[in-house]
Design a protein around this ligand. Sequence first.
Ligand code: GAR
Length: 221
Amino acid sequence: MLGADSMKDSRQGKCRIAVMVSGGGTNLQAVIDGVKDGTITNTEIAGVISNNKNAYALARAQENHIPSRCVSPKDYESRAVFNEKLMEAVDELAPDLVVLAGFLVVIPPEMIRKYRNRMINIHPSLIPSFCGTGYYGLKVHEAALARGVKLTGATVHFVDEGTDTGPIILQKAVEVQQGDTPEVLQRRVMEQAEWKILPRAIDLIANGKVTVQDNRTVIGG
Ligand code: GAR
């Protein structure tokens, strides 16, 4: 159970977050901006880890003087070795909270165990719609448009052993509009939902306001 008491350092020191990215890093940017402008309190970004050396997110980290590194599966002989190196890189940052901000790699089971209720993910739909294996990035919005839903949105949740199945922390709905393309819808979901609820979830956790009970979260306190 995670609660106000168990969140390491949340009262004495800042909550150290490790942000994991694969691409453009607009969610990382929202977190950087939130820490700077005080929307996210009691938090410091300990480092950024990417699986993709060309991710623009790495440039965003560098521009903001945040330690960053790439751990790519392409540099290791097996998935097992990559998983080991990835976890080492995260552990080195000694994070209180791991933030998956568009990190499109399957998280090793040991890491899920170690960071249970201390690792969150942003997903670009209202879970349990359009989530699970194969639903990531633009594919989520393509599926939402193909189904003809009128409302979509984003979800921040804790990471457990399943794909997008962990306890839900925050959700925000966004309207689908006539004539939307997947790209247009993706951008609206980012602007109206993702960039708001990811910083908000980090702020809540960093201030000991999120508790997990029976695989559901309780917010407040
Ligand atoms: C975001 O839309 C995020 O929700 C999504 O990838 C995008 C990353 O954009 N994540 C997933 O689909 C995870 N299943 P960004 O790099 O600009 O933050």
